[in-house]
Design a binder for this molecule. Structure first.
Ligand SMILES: Nc1ncnc2c1ncn2[C@@H]1O[C@H](COP(=O)(O)OP(=O)(O)O)[C@@H](O)[C@H]1O
Ligand SMILES: [Mg+2]
Length: 352
């Protein structure tokens, strides 16, 4: 009898990041230790429905190719039947409905333990406006930010443009409050193009952020709970953008981005970056693992740009680089994430 833990790896999903989710999910699928885990690939379609898929669909090039074959080559898996089919869900989704607490809430109702942060941590991790209130309260530096609600934008554009000129000023970065993969992100040197950039960001969310453009060293840090549930930051990876900001290609395509681990920073700065990443993880109620995107500015600020509660996990993703420095390979990391998530769900009182 096969007594391995049945791990459903959920990939695809409803968000703008579904192609990256396909890369992340199938890499996790192949890094589930076969001596301990029995993987089940589960595709979430654009409407949020789940389908059990075999290897033939898992290796398709794009989510569109998979979706075209679902009706014939996959088996619909009703939410109510998930707990009977798998013992654990490894969430390979990114972005809205997958990374923001929605899917986590569904799994809580179904009593299926899952990887990573719970409902609240996931929601905070996704919302760059709200998370900054909490980080600031915890004494952690975040980008100076002006949030533009759609209602304010529609009511008085001139007032918003004047407020942005006063703070954060220029250069600035414009983005939706809750997206990923650099979706609808613009870097501006002056007010030219600000209205178009806010319009573009508001096409994705009802809140757009206009924030100060940080210069210096961009780093990203894996934080993973140890056996006692304490967050531990791994060696930071330097991710110098080739252009004005890190593109989706630099983040995920092998050979496109430049990554240096450990980041080329003095030892005391590296230690401060790691300590800040751990404090931010705890302040935002994150669990099991996350990746913190941070900046070290020329004038010595250590700034948390954003957490990623379900970080990209394709073969060339930065989440693996810090742990590799300390001898933890991708399969070992995936095993730890499953084990620690199971432990967290065993100990929780109410939703994680
Ligand atoms: N305030 C900023 N200052 C400098 N660069 C930024 C800033 N905000 C975003 N960027 C650039 O854009 C990239 C994506 O922005 P980020 O806020 O991390 O959003 P996402 O959730 O899409 O990853 C960053 O990795 C960085 O290269
Ligand atoms: Mg980012």
């Amino acid at each position: 009898m096969d007594d391995r833990l049945r791990v459903g790896v959920v990939l695809g999903g409803r968000s703008s990041e579904r192609e990256i989710s396909l890369e992340s999910g199938r890499n996790v699928y192949h890094n589930l230790d076969p001596s301990r885990f029995a993987p089940v690939a589960i595709y979430m379609d654009g409407a949020g429905a789940l389908w059990e898929i075999g290897l033939t669909l898992l290796v398709q090039n794009t989510t569109r190719d998979i979706e075209a074959r679902l009706a014939h080559d996959a088996k619909r898996l009703r939410y109510e039947d998930l707990a009977a089919r798998v013992d654990f869900v490894y969430i390979g989704l990114h972005g809205k409905y997958g990374e923001d607490g929605c899917f986590q809430g569904l799994l809580e109702l179904l009593d299926v333990p899952y990887s990573g942060s719970g409902v609240l941590g996931s929601a905070l991790g996704m919302d760059k406006r709200v998370q900054r209130f909490i980080l600031r309260q915890a004494g952690i530096d975040v980008p100076r930010t002006h949030a533009v609600a759609r209602s304010a934008w529609d009511a008085d554009r001139a007032a918003v443009l004047a407020a942005v000129a006063a703070a954060p000023g220029y250069p600035c970065v414009v983005k939706p409050a809750r997206e990923g993969c650099s979706t609808a992100l613009a870097v501006l040197d002056g007010p030219d193009g600000l209205a178009a950039a806010v319009d573009a960001a508001l096409a994705w969310d009802n809140v757009a952020l206009v924030e100060e453009k940080l210069s210096g060293t961009e780093v990203t840090v894996a934080v993973i709970e140890d056996g006692a549930g304490r967050p531990v930051a791994y060696p930071p990876t330097e991710t110098p953008p080739l252009g004005a900001f890190l593109t989706i290609e630099e983040k995920f395509l092998p050979g496109q981005g430049v990554n240096v681990t450990p980041a080329r920073l003095p030892g005391d700065v590296l230690a401060a970056v790691r300590a800040t990443a751990e404090r931010a993880f705890a302040a935002l109620q994150l669990r099991v693992f996350a990746r913190m995107d941070m900046y070290v500015t020329a004038d010595g600020r250590i700034v948390v740009g954003e957490p990623n509660t379900l970080p990209g996990s394709s073969p060339s993703s930065t989440i693996f680089l810090g742990p590799i420095e300390e001898g933890i390979g991708p399969m070992d990391l995936v095993t730890r994430i499953v084990e620690r998530s199971l432990a967290a769900h065993r100990q929780k009182k109410g939703p994680l």
